[in-house]
Design a protein around this ligand. Structure first.
Ligand SMILES: [Zn+2]
Length: 367
């Protein structure tokens, strides 16, 4: 940890001459298992089994099985149950957005992170200091989850997946137009869209529906459970069907969503002359698209881009920024140039769901 941090001048400052504020690093500290809150007796998104875990969202690099008690939104708990089975933790407790709970000497509150269904920023307050651990987040609109909420704080912990000025995601609706134009242009071909199973796939489907496409959309079997779960939480996705059992000829002119790994294996032989698309923020990088053999790159990300990251940091009013998982250096530099205290957190174990697409156990059956 770096030495003492300067006192905050942010709008959240609530100190009086009689109360000693805690230093942020006394409240949250990076350890091998993840971000540890000693005064609260818990870890945030721990990568190793711990007694008490508070979890930001359901992606497998943040939500792991084997903890004692888990506190998360109902959606995140449900997704963990779907993925890992009923015994993924010894006990669970759901906390809704806006609800407060006292854990040890700290108070925590969840706020929407706009990343995937149920994703939460965790505001940890202790003796006049508020730290927001945002997990993964995006400030772009997403019809499948609650929009990102700006939370004023003293210390903002930000991801940096796309923390380089070269990353500007643009408008996701325009990418969907490209996909639908290709479908119209090649009625004899099928379109296979690689998208991460939790969040991205459902967002792509919802965007396709918003664009006015109402034909059936086909799903790889690995996406069924989580997509049906989204529907059960009130996210309307239209007519969805499984690819399994479909005749090859009947898939001409259709759109199928599949995990990214499936779009490059022999599973694709069941499709007539497939156009391979991939929905990811990484598709901004042409070399990545070429490497993956992607014919139709779609720049659609569930993470904030450079403008989103910097605008969000600005808006929180935080005087101190901790940067984690991704391209930390440029963002730390940007913060420092603005006169903010900033440092990389050097947490390990958080990957990028867009890149690695581990098939959840029991969901990888060929379909
Ligand atoms: Zn995530």
């Amino acid at each position: 940890m770096r030495g003492s941090s300067p006192r905050m001048t942010g709008k959240n400052r609530r100190s009086t001459p009689y109360i000693t504020e805690m230093r942020p690093q006394d409240i949250l500290m990076p350890v091998a298992a993840g971000l540890c809150c000693k005064p609260g007796g818990f870890h945030i998104d721990p990568v190793r089994p711990v007694e008490r875990a508070v979890i930001t969202h359901g992606h497998s690099d943040h939500a792991r099985p084997g903890h004692g008690a888990v506190l998360a939104t109902q959606e995140t708990l449900d997704m963990m149950r779907l993925r890992y089975g009923d015994n993924f933790a010894r006990s669970t407790q759901a906390l809704a957005y806006g609800e407060k709970i006292k854990l040890g000497d700290v108070t925590i509150k969840f706020h929407p992170a706009g990343h995937v269904l149920g994703s939460a920023q965790i505001a940890v307050s202790c003796e006049g200091t508020c730290i927001v651990a945002s997990g993964d987040y995006k400030d772009a609109p997403d019809p499948t989850c609650a929009p990102f909420e700006m939370v004023p704080c003293d210390v903002f912990i930000t991801e940096a997946t796309f923390g380089l000025p070269v990353f500007r995601h643009g408008n996701a609706a325009d990418e969907i137009k490209k996909l639908l134009a290709s479908v119209a242009l090649f009625p004899e071909r099928s379109h296979l869209v690689g998208a991460y199973s939790l969040g991205k796939a459902q967002r792509v489907i919802a965007l396709i529906r918003e664009a006015g496409y109402d034909a059936p959309i086909y799903l790889h079997g690995a996406m069924e459970k989580i997509t049906r779960y989204y529907e059960s939480r009130g996210v309307a996705l239209g007519d969805l069907r499984m690819v399994k059992g479909m005749k090859k000829a009947d898939l001409a002119g259709t759109i199928t969503l599949a995990p990214p790994s499936a779009t490059s294996d022999i599973w694709t032989r069941r499709f007539p002359d497939p156009v391979t698309a991939f929905a990811s923020g990484w598709m901004r990088v042409r070399a990545r698209a070429r490497q993956r053999g992607v014919e139709l790159p779609l720049v659609i990300s569930d993470h904030a881009d450079w403008d989103g990251l910097t605008a969000t940091i600005d808006a929180t009013g935080a005087g101190e920024v901790w940067v984690t998982h991704g391209q930390e250096d440029a963002l730390v530099h940007w913060c420092t140039a603005k006169g903010l205290t900033a440092r990389p957190l050097d947490l390990v174990g958080y990957g990028d769901e867009d890149e690695s697409d581990p098939m959840p156990a029991g969901e990888d059956t060929e379909a």
